[in-house]
Design a protein around this ligand. Structure first.
Ligand SMILES: NC(=O)c1ccc[n+]([C@@H]2O[C@H](COP(=O)([O-])OP(=O)(O)OC[C@H]3O[C@@H](n4cnc5c(N)ncnc54)[C@H](O)[C@@H]3O)[C@@H](O)[C@H]2O)c1
Length: 262
């Protein structure tokens, strides 16, 4: 038995790890950045919104463990800027958690070319381009990339074509990069959140828009919370998942596989 298999630690520990977390100003990304620091990582927290990043920094008990970078990840120079910021502040990254993204819906006939380009760029392009910019800087013993797909990337849902297609691309590139990077000991996995209460969804949840289509029809009927996803991201980023690569893990109370009915 090798030493990794023999070593047992607390689950999801990231002690001594350097992690880049995108989408860290809000919702799932913010809770993930916070959890990563509490699990022992140094975190480069990246987002479009400087205010949200500043609020995150105020909450962190160990400020030396967090550095923030406010940048639009769809900008041409953004991935290299993030990679360089990480190298300068904390050194080589061991973990990249691509969480930034944006959902949207509407009928196919009303979807413009601009919509198609936007959802692909913000949900798929950000993860792809940041992976490309950071992978050369991962240390020789590798690390982990965790992407954020969606249950909409796994299951067809009416009225969400460009967003769902972009999340499907995230699931696909997760498998692809796992193949490309395995020999470098970089694992690549994804989470596929179901409905999670965040600033992006709270108003629709409060209005009851998902009660029938999501909440009541899944085996675990409560609304998900960001920590449900953050815990899964931390697990996939940690050595506990040392032999897992190329998979997308649905974290959705069973909605992507099972329908509950009375
Ligand atoms: N909340 C859900 O129900 C749900 C379900 C499935 C998938 N997801 C996915 O989870 C991720 C997080 O979603 P959330 O609900 O926490 O949303 P959120 O809006 O609360 O947070 C998303 C963050 O990403 C940032 N971001 C967006 N575009 C960016 C860009 N171009 N550059 C830098 N930062 C950018 C935003 O500023 C925001 O802080 C997204 O990828 C989303 O698609 C969420």
């Amino acid at each position: 038995m090798n030493s990794r298999a023999e070593s047992l630690s607390l689950p999801g520990q990231l002690t001594g790890r350097t992690a880049i977390v995108t989408g860290a100003a809000s919702g799932i990304g913010r809770v993930t950045a916070d959890l990563f620091v509490r699990r022992g990582a140094r975190v480069l927290a990246v987002d479009l919104h400087a205010d949200g990043l500043a609020e995150l920094a105020e909450r962190i008990a160990t400020p030396d463990s967090l550095h923030t970078v406010a940048v639009d990840l769809t900008d041409a120079g953004a991935p290299d800027h993030v990679a360089q910021s990480c190298l300068e502040r904390f050194g080589a990254p061991n973990v990249l958690a691509n969480i930034a993204g944006k959902a949207g819906d509407g009928p196919l006939e009303d979807t413009t070319d601009e919509d198609l380009d936007f959802y692909l760029r913000v949900n798929f392009g950000t993860a792809f381009r940041l992976s490309r910019a950071t992978v050369p800087h991962f240390p020789p013993d590798g690390g982990a990339i965790v992407n954020t797909s969606s249950t909409f990337g796994l299951v067809g849902v009416r009225g969400s074509a460009p967003y769902s297609a972009a999340k499907g691309a995230v699931t696909s590139v997760t498998r692809q990069l796992a193949a490309d990077l395995g020999r470098r000991n970089i694992r690549v996995n994804a989470v596929a959140p179901g409905l999670i209460a965040t600033p992006a969804t709270q108003a629709k949840i409060d209005a009851g828009l998902f009660d029938d289509s999501v909440t009541r029809s899944r085996p675990l009927p409560r609304v998900g919370v960001p920590a449900d996803i953050a815990n899964a991201v931390a697990f996939l980023a940690s050595e506990d998942a040392a032999f897992i690569t190329g998979v997308t893990v649905p974290v959705c109370g069973g909605w992507s596989t099972t329908r509950y009915r009375d």
